[in-house]
Design a protein around this ligand. Sequence first.
Ligand SMILES: O=C(O)CCC(=O)C(=O)O
Length: 294
Amino acid sequence: MSVLSEAQREQFWTEGYLVVENAVDPEMLKALRDDFAGWVGESREHSQPYGDTLDGRARFDLEPGHTAQKPGLRRVNAPVEVSQAYYDAMASSLMTDCIADLIGPNVKFHHSKINAKLPGGQTAVKWHQDFPFTPHSNDDIVTALLMVDEVTEENGPLEVVPGSHRGDLHGLWHDGVFTGSVADAIAEECQSKAVSCTGSAGSVCLMHTRLLHASAPNLSSNPRNLFICVYSAEDAVPYSANPMPTKYEGLVVRGQKTNKVRSIPYEIELPQKPTTASFFDQQAKHGEKAHQAA
Ligand SMILES: O=C(O)CCC(=O)C(=O)O
């Protein structure tokens, strides 16, 4: 049964994104918020990224300048492994149904993370497409960004370039360095066409894997916490290591396993897997390069 209207599906395929309200019910939303508040509390006892994930990298990433008084928890990797609420939101919510409507009937999970921007933090995301981070045999891949807090113009919303998923793939390597961000000239052009994805807590932004996107720092006194899940069609086979390995990679969340592979032609340089807790450190290299060049 479809949960999205024809008009919503058309918006997704034409513009490359779609915001849907009430993608999780109020009880689930509360559980997501409570678990996150608990993690922020724990982060006050740490001064370095901490916790273990499948490949030994930290689960909880802290922004430079993090203190007990002013916590800067900016990333929780694979939260679905340590929280029933996050697992349920990923595997069995309206958000999951929406994904099946777009790239189903057979859908599998790839990875998840929380990108948090606490008030006063500096965290920003540079322009990029997700597909060059997670190339697969086909591009029926959706990044679902669930708004655990209300997202406004002021607290660092996701910004997208509508329709850009139908354009070129943009390389994330520059002068032999994987910076996880597009070249400066492309970023400038993106910024001039950017549209913000705002919404009430519990809304989800469904984004095509090839859509150009970024986000600015949180300039408000309210947090901006996004629970991000990447899903693919079951017949899309990854060409590179998962940037955030998880024991749930490949879990079929809707439909069934077919053991088929479907391929489309394209060319892109393979990504570099992050060696630290998150891609923020990879993107920081882009700034360093620009700084060195200046
Ligand atoms: O947290 C954000 O604002 C954007 C997230 C993002 O770009 C990503 O995870 O690929």
